[in-house]
Each structure stands twice: as C-alpha cells, then as structure tokens.
Design a protein around this ligand. Structure first.
Ligand SMILES: Nc1nc2c(ncn2[C@@H]2O[C@@H]3COP(=O)(O)O[C@H]4[C@@H](O)[C@H](n5cnc6c(=O)[nH]c(N)nc65)O[C@@H]4COP(=O)(O)O[C@H]3[C@H]2O)c(=O)[nH]1
Length: 912
C-alpha cells in the first residue's frame, strides 16, 4: 500500500473507512502493553514501514522503547541516547511531527536498523499536558514516507493513546521503584529492631536502601559544630555500587563546613526539612563543579532529624543517569532517612546503654536491682566488694539478709512507707557484711514503674560510708579535743559539765569543778619558746591524767589552764584532797623538750550547788578561786567564795585598763636615790613605775606588775620603762647632775625573751646613755631558776658594758657555786632582811652574811628598805656600800629627784 495514495484516500474513500475499521479492531479492548503493540503493528502495516516503535523518554536523555514492530514481527525493546539525529527534532517542544528523508540514524544503537538501514523517517512526539514530552512515536522505512495532514491527525490520535499508556507505565515504574524502596525500608526497619550490632546493621541498611533506590552511592553525613559555631558535616556511612569509587576515606569529606564549600544552600534547605533532588547539571555552578567531579549525575539528599534537631543527611547519588527523582521515590527515601535516623538514634541509645552498663559495673557505689517482690535480680561488682557476697549467693534472695540488727521494725516500716509513697528513700543505714562486720551505708532506694504506675523493680544504690563516718568521728574528736594534749577541750568540758550539773540536780549530788593554772607558764613559753611550752603542757597533761580517778574528767581549757570535773564526790573536802594530790604530783620535776622543769600550779575550786548552777558560772567562779590561790603565793588551792568575785573582777578590770595605760600616758616613772652609806652621796637612782589611773588614782606596781607579767603586758611596759629611764638619766648626766647610774627593774618574762639583749642595746643607742650608766636589776629567784640561760644573757649584757645587780638577794636559793660564775656587779639585800635590823638575830646574821659574801666576791652591796638611821648605821658598819630607802627619800617624780641631785639627801645634811 502506497502511503501517499492511502493518505489521499483517508477520510474520503471506502478504503479509509476500512483502514479505520482495522484500527478500531486492533485497539478495541486492548490495554497496556497490548495496546502499544497493536498500535505499532497496525501502523507498520498501514504505512508499510520496516520498523515502527514507541519510545519513552527517560531522564530527558534516553529513549527506552516500549514497543517495537520490525519487519513484520514484534521486536525486543532497546535504549538509545538523546539527543540523537533525527530524534532530536522531536525533543523540540515546538515540533509536533517530523518527517525526514535519507536519514542515517540509529545505526549504532539499534541492531534492528543496522542490517537494512532505513532511508525515511517519520516521528511524532508523545506528550502529556502536565508532564510535557513523554516519548516519541517513530516509523522507519526504506521506502518513501510522507506526512499528510490526515495521516498526521491519525498518528496524533495514536500518540495520544500511547501517551496515556506511557504515562501509566511511568507511574507504574515509579511506584514499583517506590515499593521497592519501601520494601527495603521495612526490611531495614525490622533488621534494625532485631540487630545487636548497630554499626554493621547501619551499613547493611545503607546498602539495601541504595540498591532499592537503584543509585550508585548512598552516603550518610553527620553534622557537628566547630568552636566558632560553624556547622560541619562528616561522611559517616557509605555504600557504593560496583565500579563506584568509595569516598568514606576522603579527608575532604570529614568536618567539612557547609559554608566554605559552597553548600550553604544545602545547609539552609536541609536544616529546614527540605529535600534536594536534582540533576547535577541543573545545580548552581559551585555545587555542580564539586559533584560532577565525583562523577555524580543526579543526587537526592534527604535531611535526618533526631529529636527535632537536624542531625545530618543521607544522599542518594546516581552516577549513571541524569535521573529525574519522582515524588514517590522522594517520599520513600524520606522514609528511608527516618529509618536511618532511628538506627543512629538506637546506636546512640545503645552507647548510652553500654555506658549505663559500664557505669553499673564500674561505679564504686553498690547497686542492687530487685523485682517487685524484693527478690534480687541483679547486683554489680561494687555490691560484692562492699558486702562480700557474690552474685550467685544473692540472686533471688531478699536483701534483708544484709540487715545488721541495729534498726528496729519501725525503722524499716518508715523506710518502705517512704519508698511506696514517694517512690524514694534516702538515708543512712547499718548493714552487715558477709564477714559479720557491721558498716554504715548511705542508701537510696527508688522504684521503677511501668506506664500504669505499677512497680516493676526496686533499685538500691549505696555507698560504704565507713570511711566518711570515721572521718566524721575524727572531726568530732578534733572539735571536742585539744590536739596538743588529746584531752577534752573547753567545748566538750562544758557539755559534760552541763550534763553532770543536770544529773547532780536530779540525784541531789554535788559536782566539783577544779581549775588549774600553771604558775609562770608564760615565762617558760616566752623564754624557751613554744615548742618547749607545748612539750611541758603535754607532760603536765600526762601526769594529771594518771593522777585523776576514772570517774573524773580532765580537760584543757586554754593555754596552761586545765579543769577537772569531779562528779562522784561525797563532800567538798574530797575536792581539796584531789587539789592537794594534784599539786603534789605536779611539783615533782618534769622532763620535757630536753629541759627539767620545776613547776607549780594554782587551783581554784567551785562546787554546784552553791557556787553556781550553770556551766559558765561554775567555771568562772573556779577561775576566780584559782586567781585567789595565785595571789596567795601560788602552788596552792583555793575554794571559791562570793568575795572572790570582786577581786577577780578587779583583776580583769585592771588587765583591761593596763592595756590602754601606755597609750594614754598613764604610766610614769618615779626615782629613788641610791646613796653611798659613807658620806651620803647619791650614786644612783632606781626607776620605779607608777600607774596614775584617772579614776582609781595611783596604783602600786606590786598590784599591777604581777598582772602585767601574767598577761604579757610587761614586755611593752618594760621596754617603755627602760627607754624612759635611759633618756632621763642621759638628760640628767648631760645637764651635769651627779648621777653615776640609773637602775631599772627587769621582770622575768623580759629577761627570758631572746630579743632582750637587743632591746637593751637599742635603748642605749636611741637615748645615747653610756652603757656603764645603766644598771639592770634582776631578781635572784629568777636567775636561780634557770641559771644556765641567765648566765648566757648576763654575759651578753655585760659585754654591752651595762651594770648588773641581783635584786631581792637572799630570797632565792643562793648558791655560792653560781654566784661565783655570775658576771654581776652588785648584790641588793632584800628589804625583808633590813626591816628588823639590827634587832632580829636572823636578819642580822643574814645581812652580815650577804655583805660578807658580796664583798668576798668583789660585788658592790646595797641594802634596800632603809628606813632608820639605826639600820643605816648597822649596815655601814658591816661594810655595806650603798643604801636605798625612805630614810633618804621615797621614790619621787622627776623634778623632785632633780632637786635631790642638786641639793643632796637631807638625811645626810650636816647637822646644824
Ligand atoms: N616599805 C618600804 N619600801 C621601800 C623603801 N624603800 C623603797 N621601797 C620600795 O621598795 C620597792 C623597791 O623595789 P623592788 O624591790 O624592785 O620592788 C619593786 C619591783 O619589783 C616592782 N617594780 C617597780 N617598778 C618596776 C618596773 O619599772 N619594772 C618592774 N619589772 N618592776 C617594777 O614593783 C616593786 C614594788 O615597787 P614599789 O612599790 O615602787 O616599791 C619599791 C620602793 O618604793 C622603804 O624604806 N620602805
């Protein structure tokens, strides 16, 4: 049948009608592939063509034939590439049909055409209003083909039929692919659920999805942030199809900032839940360059969100085709991304679980998990380490086997009541280890409940707090004990006394408080240093501890003050017995810190009831009594009496005011002349301190010097005396007044200070007084107590050039042995031996002996307290060199003394 003739006939002749009838017969009832096959067969016959085919356009780049009729028979489908002549014309949207002669086409791609290459070509686009170009309908012939309007109309009709079929087939393909992906997704989901090793499964999941999506590569990228808050992405998992180069080891894909790589658009889109589905050729140039370099032609990237946070994305790359991603595929791959997200999340959870498991095993806290009935389901290593029980020994048991027996039923009832009502109990509990040892735990019990609030498990977490308790005990001990002597301190003593008072009041008993204070301890501390003082206190504590009865409590209140609480006593007399015993024990020589100490103490006793009903009053009154004992000559005990309070207050008052006296210029020096007994010339002056209190008037040094010594105030006061006396003597001497020397009293604590010699040196240097014009008076008692030390200091002072006198000579333990060694200049006979001269035999003998001793050793001898001419004469005749006393002058203020210096002593004035 000639095509031209037929065309001419179409629509006009019977032949036309027949043609249409055969067409209708061919397509009637046919659907799907059958319809397309019938169309190509019918067209082939109608146009007497060698080959007739319908092709579907794939990815805009290929034609996949869907039905081919070649040389009188159906032929296999094939694919060929576009654009390719002559089919490229059909790709032009304006072209609705194309007819071409003498074509040389398709020969390479289509085996059907290579044997007998066609010369004529006729084609029409198959289009759809929504999707545009779907494919083409092509006819090849070695005979001449002509496209008449009628023929074109009929072919357009056939194209329209083919279009719906191609459309249907395309959707079918997309759905098949989608189903395929969804199959893979569900497979992966179940795989993930069952999987134990998430890492391996994630790789399988990625592969399976990649294969299902028929892509070349599936890549999972994870986000992170750098220090500057920049979002980075790193390739974490990857699957590649055969022949595709893996990228997982490419360092450029690790910690890559989206922004710096021109992928900031991706960051924006993906982070806002959008998908990137594109042919690479259609991407912006910067993105295109990077992806094309990797051979990627199409990419679909889907974000992964985890708990609403953008975690990263999964990319499906097609390196083979410029693929047009269908909505179905995108939907399925979104589901795939969700599966991957859940896998990753599970992996994180697993990690957390593993961490939790590790913590369970490695924590130092013991953990027990029981079922709802309280039977142990699991324990950790620390449980075994703390309790000593192995897992096998405890599984299935109720933890009550750990009970120590120290808590009653009520304790446990309250505990479980709290667990059941609050879901939690926390507290300290005593439990028993396997070896029977009872130990304290800090325990927390909590419940695990299901959705319906029913208890599933109890979890007990506990720490062995033995060490903490021990530390607490030590802290308590430290808080209540004196670290030096390990005796109870004032705090604990107060508590115990409080308790004792309460008990005694109930039982109508008496309680005694004895306060001990070491006499002159301060001097020891100042002279030998604190280590020696501390060692002495330790020895004293040891000795006292051994002396006291078990029922009594000894404490160190402060410094050198100890207290004894006597609870079991029949009467007050027993307390004095205890005080006496204590004094006796202490009077024994003590060895400490390489020294031998001869100490004494003063003890004050207060009794409840009577001397106070509370802790403070009792202790304060015992202290008052102790001061009273001191004032009465030390090494004694004294009961508290109401009058004592007044003197204690007075003492306290004086100490307080004495502290301010120096600053307020209330202290002054008076001077008493020292005269030559032969002739009466004033050779020296003794500086004697006076305290002029604005309210109390003049206070005698005999009252305040002991307080100054006890409180340490003697140091600044003594320095002031020394400087003032030196300055005054210098002034008098500079004024030409006849004064050989100025005598200054040095108290024991001053003399024992290591800096004493320096203080003297400085006083001389500051005032400019010649050293030989200064005489230091040191009491004999003091020198004899620590003779070696005294010797060394006196030598040093002597080397300064100052004069040294022994004051109150005769009152101490004079020993010829040391007296000989002492670098002194003068002996001062104590007033007490002068008082009754020349009538008292004893005093006379002593005075004579002292004078003889002093003379034999080459010392100057001076007698103090000369009040009568008789005394003076006796002493002078016995060879005493100098004298000092009211007979010559009382101690007087500076101006009066100046007058004495100028006018001489009236007692020696020539008789009129
Ligand atoms: N009954 C009587 N007493 C006489 C007579 N002649 C002098 N006295 C007193 O005897 C004391 C002599 O001083 P002391 O033995 O060193 O005894 C002094 C001395 O140990 C101490 N003292 C005074 N001034 C100082 C001082 O500046 N430093 C130190 N460390 N102690 C001082 O106070 C003690 C008492 O001093 P004062 O009250 O000034 O008493 C003085 C003086 O007033 C007398 O004929 N009859």
């Amino acid at each position: 049948m000639d095509a031209i003739n037929q065309t001419t006939l179409l629509g006009e002749t019977r032949q036309d009608v027949a043609t249409l009838e055969t067409l209708v017969a061919a397509i009637a009832g046919a659907t799907g592939r059958q319809l397309l096959d019938n169309i190509v067969r019918w067209t082939s016959e109608w146009l007497d063509a060698d080959v007739c085919m319908i092709g579907a356009l794939e990815d805009g780049a290929y034609v996949d034939t869907v039905s081919v009729f070649s040389n009188g028979a159906p032929a296999p489908n094939f694919r060929y590439q576009l654009p390719h002549p002559p089919c490229r014309h059909i790709m032009n949207p304006d072209e609705c049909a194309h007819c071409e002669r003498n074509v040389e086409c398709l020969s390479q791609n289509n085996p059907l055409l290579t044997d007998t290459p066609p010369t004529d070509y006729l084609a029409l686009p198959i289009t759809d209003q929504q999707s545009g170009l779907l494919g083409l309908f092509a006819v090849f012939s070695q005979r001449k083909l002509h496209l008449s309007p009628q023929r074109q109309k009929l072919l357009e009709l056939l194209c329209a039929m083919a279009a719906s079929e191609i459309e249907r087939r395309s959707v079918e393909t997309q759905l098949r692919r989608r189903d395929c992906i969804l199959d893979a997704v569900s497979f992966c989901a179940s795989l993930l659920l069952r999987a134990e090793q998430m890492d391996q499964v994630i790789n399988t999941v990625v592969e399976r999805l990649g294969r299902a999506a028929e892509v070349s590569r599936t890549s999972v990228f994870e986000n992170s942030e750098d220090d500057a808050g920049e979002t980075l992405c790193s390739l974490r998992y990857e699957w590649v199809a055969e022949g595709i180069r893996p990228q997982i080891d490419d360092p450029r894909l690790q910690n890559t900032p989206y922004r710096h790589n021109g992928f900031n658009r991706w960051q924006e889109l993906l982070s806002s839940h959008q998908v990137i589905a594109s042919k690479v050729s259609e991407l912006p140039p910067e993105e295109r360059a990077i992806l094309a370099q990797e051979g990627i032609k199409s990419t679909l990237s889907v974000p992964i969100f985890m708990e609403d946070a953008w975690w990263g994305f999964v990319s499906f790359d097609d390196c083979a085709h410029e693929r047009q991603w269908s909505v179905h595929e995108v939907g399925a791959l979104l589901a795939a991304a969700a599966v991957i997200a859940s896998a990753i999340q599970r992996r994180h959870g697993e990690k957390r679980q593993r961490q939790a498991a590790t913590m369970f095993e490695n924590t130092i806290q013991g953990i027990v998990i029981t079922d709802k009935n309280g039977n142990i389901e699991a324990i950790n290593q620390a449980f075994s380490e703390i309790t000593g029980y192995s897992e096998a020994e405890v599984l299935g048991q109720n933890p009550r086997f750990l009970s120590s027996g120290r808590h009653g039923k009520e304790f446990y009832a309250e505990l479980w009541q709290s667990v059941l009502s609050n879901g939690r109990w926390r507290g300290e509990i005593w439990n028993r280890r396997k070896n029977g040892e009872i130990y304290p735990e800090l325990l927390t019990i909590s419940t695990v409940k299901d959705q319906d609030n029913a208890i599933l498990n109890y979890i007990a977490v506990f720490s062995d707090i033995s060490e903490i308790k021990e530390a607490q005990r030590q802290l308590d001990y430290l808080a209540n004990h004196d670290p030096l002597t390990e005796l109870p301190n004032r705090r604990l003593f107060n508590e115990l006394l409080d308790h004792a008072i309460a008990c005694a009041q109930q039982e109508k008993r008496i309680v005694g408080v004895l306060v001990f204070d070491l006499d002159r301890f301060k001097q020891i501390n100042d002279s030998l240093g604190h280590p020696a003082g501390d060692a002495l206190l330790q020895e004293v504590a040891k000795r006292l501890r051994h002396t006291i009865r078990r029922s009594d409590t000894l404490a160190r209140l402060v410094g050198d003050q100890f207290a004894l609480l006597v609870e079991e006593t029949e009467d007050a007399q027993q307390l004095s017995k205890i005080a006496r015993q204590t004094l006796e024990v202490l009077s024994e020589p003590l060895q400490a810190h390489g020294h031998e100490f001869y100490i004494t103490a003063s003890v004050g006793i207060a009794i409840c009831p009577g001397d106070g009903d509370d802790v403070q009053t009792l202790i304060r009154n015992a202290e008052s009594a102790m001061y009273q004992a001191k004032e009465q000559g030390r090494n004694a005990y004294h009961y508290y009496s109401a009058e004592l309070t007044a003197s204690s207050f007075e003492r306290l008052f004086m100490e307080t005011h004495l502290r301010q006296a120096l600053g307020k210029n209330e202290l002054v020096l008076h001077y008493q002349p020292q005269v030559m007994l032969n002739g009466g010339a004033i050779v020296g002056a003794e500086a004697l301190i006076r305290w002029q209190h604005p309210e109390l008037g003049s206070i005698s040094p005999g009252k305040f010097i002991p307080i100054a010594e006890e409180s340490g105030l003697i140091i600044p006061i003594g320095e002031w005396v020394l400087r003032t006396a030196c300055r005054q003597a210098k002034a008098w001497r500079d004024a030409g007044l006849p004064l050989h020397s100025i005598s200054v009293n040095i108290a024991g604590p001053q003399f024992e200070r290591a800096e004493f010699v320096d203080t003297v040196r400085q006083a001389l240097a500051e005032t400019g007084l010649e050293p030989e014009a200064l005489e230091l008076e040191i009491t004999e008692t003091f020198i004899s107590r620590r003779i070696d030390h005294a010797l060394a200091v006196l030598e040093e002072l002597r080397s300064l050039g100052v004069k040294l006198a022994i004051d109150d000579f005769g009152t101490g333990y004079s020993s010829m042995m040391y007296l000989k060694r002492l670098p002194i200049d003068k002996l001062k006979i104590d007033r007490s031996f002068v008082n009754d001269l020349p009538h008292d035999e004893n005093d006379t003998a002593i005075a004579k002996a002292i004078i003889a001793l002093g003379k034999s050793l080459g010392f100057t001898v001076i007698a103090e307290g000369i009040e009568t001419l008789e005394q003076q004469e006796f002493l002078r005749l016995e060879g005493c060199d100098q004298g000092q006393g009211f007979l010559h002058s009382r101690p007087v203020p500076t101006p009066q003394f100046e007058a004495l210096l100028v006018n001489g002593i009236p007692a020696f004035a020539p008789k009129p």
